[in-house]
Design a protein around this ligand. Structure first.
Ligand code: FAD
Length: 343
C-alpha cells in the first residue's frame, strides 16, 4: 500500500472535499464552526499518531504529513486548530501514567479535542509562564501570548517553567476559570477563524494528577528544536492548492520545484538523528517558503483584481501561507530565514 492509498489519507480527502473546501471561504471570515470540529472528531484523524492500544492509528510520519497537506490545502484554519491536538497526544504517550490513562484514550479516539500552549517556553531563560509547587499540586502564573482553538477545543495542555528549570506540561479544562482569563479572540491578518486568544494566568491551580510531563528544560529543548528545523507539511499543502488555481504552463515548473524541495525536506525529516544537518534543514525550509511564496503569488496574479475579494481562494491561501512563515518560529529559524532572503 502506498502512502496515498492509506485509509487515513482517504478519510482526510473525504473530509476536505465534503466539509472543509466547500466552506473554507465562509469559515475564513466567520470562524471554524462547531460542526467542523465534530466532523474532525468523527474522522478518526485526531488519533492518527496515537498508540493503537489507546484507540489510535499509530500511523507512519509520512501518512501524518500527507494528511496535514490535504487538510491545510482545504481549510487553513481548521487544519491549524486540529494540528494543535497532536502535540498533547505525543506528550501523553511518553508522559506521566496517571494523566495518560485518563486522557490518551479520549484524545486518541477523538472524543476530546486538545489545544496546547507551549511556544512561550522558547523564550527561555525568560519564563512568560511560571509553574510552582502549591500544596499537593501546582500553580501557574504569567501570560500565554498565543492559544489557538479557544471555544473549540475541550482541554488545553499548558506548559510552564519551574524555578528549577524544569518544564511542566499539565492539562486544564479549556474554559475560563479562577486563575485563567482569556483575551477577546485576536483579529489577525490570517487564521482569525482559528480562534486564537492570549491567556492571563493568575494562580491557576492544577492538581498533581493533571501533570502530563515533567522534564528538565535542557532535555526538552533539543527535541523541540529538532521539530522547528524541519519544514511544515502545510507549506506543501497550501502551495499545491494555490497551483491548482493557475494554468498548467505556469504551474508545471512551480510544481516540479515544489516536488524537489518536498522530497528533500521529507528525507531530512525522516533522518534518524534530527538535530544533525542543521544548516541543510534550515536552507531547505527557507527554499520551501520561497516556493510557497511563488505558488501563492502566481495564484493571486492569475486571479487578477478578483483576487482581492475576500471570497477569493487565492488571497486566502496567500494569507495562510504568510502565517506559516512565522508559525513555530524560533530565534534560530528566524535568523536563518532572513539570511536566506538576503541571499
Ligand atoms: C495566530 C497564531 C496562533 C498561535 N497559536 C499557538 C498555540 O495554540 N499554541 C502555542 O503554543 N503557540 C501558538 N502560537 C505561537 C507561535 O508558534 C509563535 O508565534 C512562534 O513560535 C513565534 O514566537 P513568538 O511570536 O511568540 O515569539 P517572538 O517573541 O517573535 O520570538 C521568536 C523566537 O525568539 C526567541 N525569543 C523570544 N523572546 C525571547 C527572549 N525574551 N529571550 C530569548 N529568546 C527569545 C524564541 O526562540 C522565540 O521562539 C501561535 C502564533 C500565532 C501567530
Amino acid at each position: 500500500m502506498t502512502i496515498t492509498d492509506h485509509p487515513l489519507v482517504a478519510r482526510a480527502r473525504l473530509l476536505a472535499a465534503e466539509v472543509l473546501e466547500p466552506e473554507a471561504a465562509r469559515v475564513d471570515q466567520e470562524g471554524v464552526p462547531a460542526s467542523h470540529i465534530e466532523a474532525v472528531k468523527r474522522s478518526g484523524l485526531l488519533g492518527l499518531a496515537a498508540p493503537a492500544e489507546y484507540g489510535g492509528s499509530a500511523a507512519p510520519a509520512a501518512v501524518a504529513r500527507e494528511v496535514a497537506e490535504i487538510l491545510a490545502g482545504a481549510c487553513g484554519s481548521t487544519w491549524f486548530v486540529q494540528s494543535q491536538h497532536h502535540t498533547p497526544v505525543q506528550v501523553l504517550t511518553r508522559g506521566e501514567p496517571v494523566a495518560r490513562e485518563r486522557l490518551l484514550g479520549p484524545l486518541a479516539r477523538g472524543e476530546l479535542l486538545s489545544g496546547v500552549a507551549y511556544a512561550q517556553l522558547r523564550a527561555h531563560p525568560k519564563a512568560p509562564v511560571r509553574a510552582r509547587r502549591d500544596g499537593t499540586g501546582l500553580r501557574f502564573d504569567g501570560t500565554v501570548p498565543w492559544y489557538t482553538g479557544w471555544g473549540l477545543n475541550d482541554v488545553l495542555l499548558l506548559a510552564g517553567l519551574t524555578d528549577d528549570d524544569e518544564v511542566v506540561f499539565a492539562f486544564v479544562d479549556a474554559r475560563e476559570q479562577p486563575g485563567l482569563r482569556p483575551s477577546a479572540p485576536l483579529r489577525l491578518a490570517a487564521l482569525t477563524a482559528a480562534s486564537t486568544v492570549s491567556l492571563e494566568l493568575d494562580g491557576l491551580r492544577v492538581p498533581e494528577e493533571a501533570v502530563a510531563l515533567r522534564i528538565p528544560y535542557a532535555d526538552w529543548a533539543p527535541t523541540d528544536r529538532a521539530k522547528t528545523l524541519n519544514t511544515n507539511p502545510a507549506v506543501f499543502g497550501i502551495a499545491a492548492a494555490a497551483l491548482s488555481l493557475v494554468d498548467d504552463r505556469t504551474a508545471a515548473p512551480l510544481r516540479s520545484r515544489l516536488a524537489d524541495v518536498r522530497t528533500r525536506a521529507y528525507a531530512l525529516a525522516d533522518h534518524p538523528a534530527p538535530p544533525e544537518r542543521t544548516e541543510e534543514r534550515l536552507a531547505v525550509r527557507a527554499e520551501a517558503y520561497a516556493a510557497l511564496d511563488a505558488a501563492t503569488t502566481a495564484a493571486v496574479v492569475a486571479g487578477g483584481g478578483r483576487s482581492m475579494s475576500l471570497t477569493s481562494r487565492a488571497q486566502r491561501l496567500a494569507r495562510e501561507g504568510m502565517f506559516l512563515l512565522i508559525q513555530g518560529q524560533t530565534a534560530e529559524t528566524r535568523q536563518a530565514h532572513l539570511r536566506a532572503l538576503a541571499g
